[in-house]
Design a protein around this ligand. Structure first.
Ligand SMILES: CC(C)(COP(=O)(O)OP(=O)(O)OC[C@H]1O[C@@H](n2cnc3c(N)ncnc32)[C@H](O)[C@@H]1OP(=O)(O)O)[C@@H](O)C(=O)NCCC(=O)NCCS
Length: 222
């Protein structure tokens, strides 16, 4: 049995604040249009307008991904998905002003990822593996050290390694908030991340790879 002891006079009675830090990442299946109408009802009018500008596959992806992101945030905010104050920066970064939470999302083919976090900034990215071609090395998004690392691999390992590098770059740039405008070559995946930044592989179905980056929450929002 434990008892709560009174704090002796003169001792500090307030503990330093505990930094609560968690990330909730969810896999979303984007291959079915069955739930499209229900998902559309969750979106804000501006999100719907943007989704409807797309071709049918883009429309479906935008609606299902955005509805899933709203659903994931709603579970943590204790509100309905439609009520989630989801906004986007001028550069397109989704954010939840005034909630203390951060969000990120990504889609590649039928695989979607949505992530909600507290106590940190996040960026997620998922990418389908593509067949290897040496032309990838000329596309300008790989730094010389990354090109050397890819060349050093057996050919069979290159599709996975190239897709992994791309997801890390995108996840870092999404965390910053710049998106690809930040320049994928500026993120060198063979270098360590900055202080307080961390990288995690996210398990996704075979044929895809996904990365999650976390960073201190005081990172400036672009
Ligand atoms: C946004 C971007 C990073 C997404 O890359 P992608 O692989 O096509 O798409 P993903 O599915 O992985 O991610 C899409 C989500 O990223 C998020 N996103 C968009 N801009 C973002 C930014 N600046 N920072 C963080 N996240 C962003 C959005 O939520 C988007 O989903 P939504 O369109 O449903 O709102 C990239 O397309 C981009 O930077 N676009 C801006 C225009 C640009 O710089 N173009 C240069 C092309 S070389």
């Amino acid at each position: 049995m434990t008892a709560l002891l009174p704090t002796p006079p003169g001792r500090a009675t307030t503990a330093p604040p505990v930094a609560v830090r968690w990330v909730d990442v969810r896999l979303v299946h984007l291959g079915s249009a069955a739930d499209l109408a229900a998902a559309e009802r969750v979106l804000a009018p501006t999100e719907l307008v943007r989704a409807r500008r797309g071709t049918a596959p883009v429309h479906r992806r935008r609606v299902l991904l955005r509805a899933a992101l709203r659903g994931a945030a709603a579970r943590h905010l204790g509100c309905r998905p439609r009520e989630v104050p989801l906004d986007r920066t001028p550069a397109g970064r989704p954010h939840l002003p005034g909630t203390g939470l951060d969000v990120s999302c990504s889609a590649s083919g039928v695989v979607g990822l949505v992530a909600v976090a507290a106590g940190c900034r996040i960026g997620v990215d998922v990418e389908a593996l593509a067949p290897w071609s040496d032309d990838v090395l000329d596309e300008g998004w790989l730094a010389p050290a990354e090109q050397r690392a890819l060349r050093a691999l057996l050919p069979a390992g290159r599709p996975q390694a190239a897709a992994r590098a791309w997801t890390v770059k995108e996840a870092v740039l999404k965390t910053h908030g710049s998106g690809l405008a930040g320049g994928p070559a500026s993120v060198v995946t063979t270098d360590p991340l900055g202080a307080g930044w961390a990288l995690q592989e996210i398990p996704v179905p075979d044929g895809w790879v996904a990365s999650l980056v976390t960073a201190p929450e005081q990172e400036p929002t672009s």
